[in-house]
Design a protein around this ligand. Structure first.
Ligand SMILES: [Zn+2]
Length: 141
């Protein structure tokens, strides 16, 4: 497997202190999910933020694991032969690489903006724990 198809997690784990950083990231995520599910504040700043169950309660079907957020999507590798591409989400760490079918880019403008090491935006449920649970929608070039 080429290095750039490996997971972000594997690359972080290979760094000095990487294992500890991963444990801390997993712990922070678990605490955030628990606070969200308990209806407690999850804001990063004291002014409140969209989607916080305390400051911006929403009555919808979402959990923190399924709620979509507008997210920066970093394009890593484009595999035209297999019809797929690999992406990373800043600050989101998983055991598995994130692999998407090129067919998800149905918008012509978005598809033509796809470049190796480029960036797109999409609405992504970044509270998901596993790469296979991520959903991408509303792509923007
Ligand atoms: Zn809040």
């Amino acid at each position: 497997m080429p290095a750039d198809e490996g997971s972000l997690r594997a690359r972080i784990a290979a760094r000095p202190g990487g294992g500890e950083a991963l444990r801390e990231a997993a712990e922070a995520r678990a605490q955030r999910v628990a606070r969200y599910n308990a209806g407690l504040c999850i804001c990063d700043d004291e002014n409140g933020s969209a989607g916080c169950p305390k400051h911006d309660p929403v009555e919808d079907e979402y959990t923190l694991e399924t709620r979509p957020w507008r997210t920066l999507v970093e394009i890593r590798t484009i595999d035209l032969r297999r019809g797929r591409f690999y992406v990373e989400l800043p600050g989101w760490i998983s055991d598995e690489p994130i692999v998407l079918d090129l067919n998800v880019l149905t918008d012509e403008q978005v598809a033509s903006a796809l470049r190796q090491d480029g960036r797109l935006h999409a609405r992504v449920n970044t509270g998901a724990e596993h790469a296979g649970d991520l959903t991408f929608s509303d792509w923007e070039p």
